[in-house]
Design a protein around this ligand. Structure first.
Ligand SMILES: C[S@@+](CC[C@H](N)C(=O)[O-])C[C@H]1O[C@@H](n2cnc3c(N)ncnc32)[C@H](O)[C@@H]1O
Length: 367
């Protein structure tokens, strides 16, 4: 059996060979090869400096929703329901849900006005079943009470960036493109990544790269960046910042672009991504109705660890330390894990959509 046949048997994704997508190819160049099939060779390509910094979005809705079938399966509601898509993006997941469940209404929250406008346009055919709202999912509790709504039936979070944001060189999210190092997802945010870079001391920068990027060479990178800033050889440009990092730590052993983790760290800080996630995870117990579901797709361990901890605590109830022989907290479980093991994309989906490679989906049902 060929590798393709094995992949198709494990996870049949319609559509056959993926269309040519230059952005996906660029990102593939920086990722270790994940091979599901036992027949296939287990090789890991080394990191190579890019020889191309181009790439363009071929359609306005180029962002393929990851784990879309699994997300549809996460909300099996046959009655009238209200689901909040907390990270609407270009509306790919919302579209699939609205198509699958005619009784479902969706409120889509999005921080990025450009994405929001595009999602509204895409989903206008669903009429009153869909509403796009400019808001952060972290503010969901106050948004619901403003609308006189106590609880919801479902909450979906697909964390991180859309392909459109990554491809837009004016946004500064990509280490593969020149353009201002901005990284703000919302116009309500005031501090750019460049301001953080330029305004932090070397040790502050190192601790930021370590804490939010889990970058082992954080100190060296921070030193390299600060020296370049001092010598005035570094300006507000994402490509230049990435090149400085590459020059500081590049080694043939790197399997990913050496700038990956620092860019992740800056983006997390600019958009307060982890504190937003903590806020919503804390409030979901009161937000989601009995029998309702929460599904979260995360893309790195800092996010997934948080989701896993909160979901497992909800399913366990008791929060007593393990050394105490008998429960004294008296807390009962308030959630049920729908998937004991985290759901990841199969090889066929990854081939079609490389962004799915690091996606992890967890689903919790409210008891
Ligand atoms: C991975 S994309 C979502 C893609 C979407 N599921 C789709 O199928 O098109 C993540 C989106 O979440 C948005 N976002 C990130 N943090 C947010 C927040 N705190 N509140 C609302 N939207 C946020 C980003 O602007 C981005 O458009």
């Amino acid at each position: 059996m060929t590798k393709d046949e094995v992949a198709a048997q494990k996870c049949p994704v319609p559509g056959g060979r993926p269309p040519f997508d230059p952005i996906s190819l660029l990102h593939l160049a920086y990722r270790p090869l994940r091979v599901c099939s036992l027949d296939a060779p287990r090789t890991r390509p080394k990191w190579r400096p890019p020889n191309c910094i181009g790439g363009s979005v071929t359609s306005p809705y180029d962002h393929l929703p990851v784990l879309a079938d699994e997300v549809v399966g996460a909300f099996p509601f046959t009655k009238e329901s209200l689901v909040v898509d907390g990270t609407l993006g270009l509306g790919g997941h919302s579209e699939r849900l609205l198509q699958a469940y005619p009784q479902m209404r969706i409120w889509g929250l999005e921080w990025d006005v450009k994405a929001l406008e595009m999602a509204r346009e895409r989903l206008k055919r669903f009429g009153e079943r869909f509403e796009g709202i400019e808001a952060s999912y972290a503010d969901l509790p106050s948004m619901l009470s403003q609308r006189g709504r106590g609880t919801i039936d479902g909450l979906l979070l697909d964390l991180g960036l859309s392909s459109m944001q990554l491809a837009d060189s004016d946004r500064g999210f990509s280490f593969l493109r020149p353009g201002p190092l901005d990284m703000r997802m919302s116009r309500s945010l005031t501090t750019t990544a460049w301001q953080i870079l330029a305004g932090s001391s070397e040790s502050e920068l190192a601790s930021l790269f370590r804490k939010y990027g889990e970058e082992p060479q954080a100190r060296r990178i921070a030193q390299g960046l600060k020296e370049s800033l001092h010598r005035k050889t570094l300006t507000n440009d994402a490509w230049q910042v990435a090149e400085t990092i590459r020059r500081t730590v590049a080694s043939p052993m790197h399997r990913i672009d050496p700038a990956t983790r620092c860019f992740q760290a800056l983006r997390i800080v600019v958009n307060q991504e982890l504190s937003n996630l903590d806020k919503i995870l804390e409030s979901m117990k009161t937000l989601v109705d009995q029998g309702g579901r929460v599904a979260v797709i995360s893309f790195h361990s800092l996010e997934d660890r948080r989701v896993k901890t909160v979901f497992h605590q909800a399913a366990k109830g008791c929060i007593c330390p393990p050394r105490i022989p008998q429960c004294v907290c008296g807390q009962a479980p308030w959630g049920k894990l729908i998937n004991r093991k985290v759901i990841v994309a199969c090889e066929a989906e990854i081939q079609k959509n490389p962004r799915a490679r690091s996606a992890k989906l967890r689903i919790l049902e409210r008891l």
